[in-house]
Design a protein around this ligand. Structure first.
Ligand code: AGP
Length: 593
């Protein structure tokens, strides 16, 4: 996924766009670029550079501007090079474009319309600029822009500058997110709220098909049929403006430490005393379900696995968890009474959007659980619920995982017959996390002592196995240590062949019922030379266990048990010098299939 920002107004457009790009860098950081109209030179200047945003910032001359567009890239078409960085210009140099999305028919369009026209990059985006250059000759730009958009297949959030009209910006949106904000007559437009909230007082999330014209009076929107749309703006929640690391060295560590507060915020949002506060229409949707299908990817899918245990144990609701990218192309047989729950921190994951299209085609009800209420999945599903985790900037998801589990627990509890105080149990879990975070610095020694190999295993049973999957992903994605999350009981059926002297095996033990079995698996790997570290809750802990956690409700153990694994990943990455908040090859939200 990439990030785009545009600004037109009386203040310094270049500064606002660069600030917006800084806030969007978590969306993609292979390269960055900016184009702006330099009044002094009476010309548009374009700068772009490989690598982080600071590489681009170092190229920019002094001097303000009143119109600018910018881009941070996560490469999809074309390698990570300066030539492939955005903005891209039309072959005749007239148009300048930044784009988030994928144009699926870019090759066919180039063959049909741009034969013989030289290409400067390997990107699909350059085709958009050159199509404009080719079709706008002698025509009005807005008409040519719409004509080009009608040719495009795929997804786009586009910003366009025309060297012949430096006082106008154009934008268009289809499937990729795009929000527009205003502050008086100044207009800022960006891929998400965090990028525009510092400059805007009010905003609007644009619908698919929108075409926007921005000039010194403000902005106007037309829909896919060219009809003027009267924009209804909402006030910007300034909480999104707060994106700094505070006392922490990395967003990831800050967000790990925010988890107790997030759980308490969720409790406040979703409880009236002991009673869960769930909108009646959402409760009704879930009460009608004969089977719940959870669709998610990555960490959110791991939270969904915990969700299955919660819905089946608390609400007796049969539940299936699907990897969204699999469901999108190989949906299982679905019976009447199926209800779909999409879990997505960003609300923009393309695999889920593709799955949702199938769910809607088949006429099943859908509910999105997300951290971004303005997101595409929040708008495209029948209903949505927020997880109230606050902006999650680190690419590796931590507080969203525990927040998702907490809200899943509340939904399942509300459907069931209760029998205990979930509100209290969530408070105990928040306290358990807080207690453990006091000693987070000890993980530096734990990691140095245990993670000395390029491979590692997490093992567990039941919910501990669900956490082992998430723990393995976290360690892999920020420290680059190849790690497997494995069912403890399954190890002996083959994979134990990989256990050799010194291989780290981190065992998660919280479940009384299976603790002895997991400890048998520990003994099996230890007898083959594994370097074992046990993470256990007090109710099942033994004296040689390396990490001990407060005991919590058996269905909420993932909330506390995941925290040591998040810290292990963090300190392993710190010791390996990887980029903790922006790991290689990753993006915060994957908006391509
Ligand atoms: C989690 O650490 C990863 N960054 C990734 O697996 C992420 O959870 C996945 O891409 C799903 O994102 P979403 O929750 O925004 O849909």
């Amino acid at each position: 996924m990439c990030g785009i920002v545009g600004y037109l107004g009386e203040k310094d457009a270049k500064k606002h766009v660069m600030e917006g790009l800084r806030r969007l860098e978590y969306r993609g950081y292979d390269s960055a670029g900016i184009a702006y109209y330099d009044e002094a030179k009476a010309d548009h200047l374009v700068f772009k550079e490989k690598g982080r945003l600071e590489n681009l910032a170092g190229l920019l001359p002094e001097g303000g501007s009143q119109a600018a567009i910018g881009h941070t890239r996560w490469a999809t078409h074309g390698r990570v090079t300066k030539e492939n960085a955005h903005p891209h210009e039309s072959h005749d140099g007239r148009f300048i474009v930044v784009h988030n999305g994928i144009i699926e028919n870019h090759k066919a369009l180039a063959e049909e319309y741009l034969a013989g026209i030289p290409r400067k990059s390997a990107t699909d985006t350059e085709i958009i600029a050159s199509l404009l250059g080719h079709l706008a000759k002698g025509k009005d730009v807005a008409g040519a822009f719409r004509q080009v958009l009608d040719l495009l297949e795929g997804s786009y959030a586009l910003l366009l500058m025309d060297r012949e009209h430096p006082d106008i910006l154009y934008a268009a949106k289809k499937k990729s997110p795009l929000l527009i904000g205003q502050n008086g007559r100044d207009t800022i437009i960006a891929s998400d709220l965090t990028a525009l909230c510092a400059a805007a007082t009010d905003y609007l999330a644009l619908e698919d098909g929108s075409i926007v014209t921005i000039d010194e009076r403000g902005f106007s929107v037309r829909d896919g049929q060219g009809k003027a749309v009267r924009p209804v703006l909402s006030p910007v929640d300034k909480a999104y403006a707060e994106t700094d690391k505070g006392v922490f060295d990395h967003y990831m560590l800050k967000e790990i430490h925010e988890q107790p507060a997030v759980l308490r915020r969720i409790t406040a949002e979703y409880f009236d005393q002991e009673t869960p506060r769930i909108r009646k229409d959402i409760s009704a949707m879930l009460q009608k379900a004969k089977r719940l299908h959870i669709l998610a990817a990555g960490t959110s899918m791991h939270a969904g696995i915990v969700g299955k245990a919660l819905f089946e144990n608390l609400a007796r609701l049969p539940t299936e968890v699907h990897i969204a990218s699999e469901f999108a192309h190989h949906p299982p047989l679905l019976e009447a009474g199926s209800v779909f729950l999409l879990i997505s921190q960003s609300g923009e994951t393309a695999d889920l959007r593709a799955s949702l299209e199938i769910v809607k085609e088949k006429g099943f009800p859908s509910l999105t659980l997300t951290n971004v209420k303005t997101s595409t999945l929040a708008r495209e599903a029948d209903k949505y619920l927020e997880i109230f985790a606050g902006p999650e900037i680190a690419v590796a998801s931590t507080k969203a995982y525990t927040a998702q589990i907490a809200v899943l627990a509340i939904l399942a509890f509300a459907l069931g017959d209760g029998g205990f105080s979930l509100r209290k149990e969530l408070a105990l879990a928040a306290q358990g996390i807080e207690n453990h975070l006091q000693d987070h610095k000890m993980y530096s020694g734990i990691v140095a002592g245990h993670l000395k190999k390029p491979h590692a295993f997490y093992i567990g049973r039941g919910l501990d196995y669900a956490v082992a999957l998430e723990a393995a992903l976290k360690l892999k994605e920020i420290s680059y240590i190849h790690t497997e999350g494995f069912a403890a009981g399954e190890l002996k059926h083959g994979t134990i062949a990989l256990i050799e002297e010194g291989i780290p095996v981190i065992a998660l033990v919280t479940e009384k019922r299976t603790a002895a079995h997991t400890r048998s698996a520990i003994a099996e790997v230890e007898s083959r030379g594994a370097d074992v570290l046990v993470i256990a809750t007090e109710n099942v802990a033994e004296k040689e266990d390396g990490i001990r956690l407060d005991t919590v409700h058996p269905l909420l153990t993932p909330l506390v048990c995941v925290v040591p694994t998040q810290l292990i990943a963090y300190y392993a990455a710190l010791q390996r010098g990887t980029d903790i908040d922006k790991p290689r090859n990753l993006a915060k939200s994957v908006t391509v299939e």
